[in-house]
Design a protein around this ligand. Structure first.
Ligand code: MG
Length: 224
């Protein structure tokens, strides 16, 4: 039966506090060059989807590609940890709700997602499976000079695949928090993923992934 009632948590450095993960709200199509590499159209409204807390894994753990996919991609993303309850948050107040910044991987079954997109169906089966959301420790916002000016990159077996800067985000964090909280009430422990830069690619069994974001650090996982 496995272990029941496992708490899915992330750690905020320095305070040494653990946050029980709530919902993981993800933004799609937030970097122009990534939109182009997948042949997608930019959208007027932000594209949001949710990964369940049970999709989270930590540093050193393994991504398990479900048997129904043969094309699992990495998407390195800046993650925002929410520190308190809020709804319809104004962009000017968004900073008050940020408890920390971290590194996330939005692991995506691209073959499954493409089929779902064609049929106009929701993406969760391609995006929210167990182990689809590796997360680093989070660092307090005071440690980050400017979250919209951070180098962001992803290496597979020490070869660089993704490289960008959070300055390339189409929608910035205050706007994302305002929009997300106009639909979903935010709670302490919720996490927002802010989209991925260009360079997404396939991973296979045995690959080692290292995601890096300047001023935050690195997150390493491997593929089972
Ligand atoms: Mg993504």
């Amino acid at each position: 039966m496995g272990v029941e009632n496992v708490m899915f948590t992330v750690r905020l450095q320095e305070s040494n506090r653990n946050y029980r993960i709530g919902k993981i709200i993800c933004l799609g199509r937030n970097y122009t060059e990534h939109i182009q590499e997948l042949g997608n159209e930019p959208s007027d409204d932000p594209i949001l989807f949710i990964k369940p807390a049970t999709s989270a894994i930590r540093q050193g753990e393994k991504v398990i590609i479900p048997a129904y996919s043969n094309d699992c991609h990495h998407e390195v993303e800046l993650a925002v940890l929410i520190g308190g309850y809020g709804r319809r948050i104004a962009p000017e107040s968004a900073a008050d709700f940020i408890a920390g910044y971290g590194i996330a991987l939005d692991m995506t079954l691209r073959d499954v997602q493409s089929e779902l997109k064609k049929k106009g169906l929701p993406w969760e089966v391609a995006k929210g499976f167990d182990t689809s959301c590796p997360l680093s420790d989070f660092v307090p916002p005071e440690r980050i000079n400017d979250p919209h000016d951070l180098g962001i990159s992803l290496y597979v077996n020490d070869e660089q695949r993704q490289a960008g800067n959070t300055s390339q985000m189409i929608r910035r964090i205050p706007e994302i928090i305002a929009y997300a909280s106009s639909i979903f009430t935010l709670e302490k422990g919720d996490i927002i993923l802010t989209g991925t830069p260009r360079g997404v690619s396939r991973v296979v069994s045995g690959d080692r992934l290292q995601a890096r974001i300047e001023q935050i650090g690195a997150l390493e996982v491997s593929v089972q």
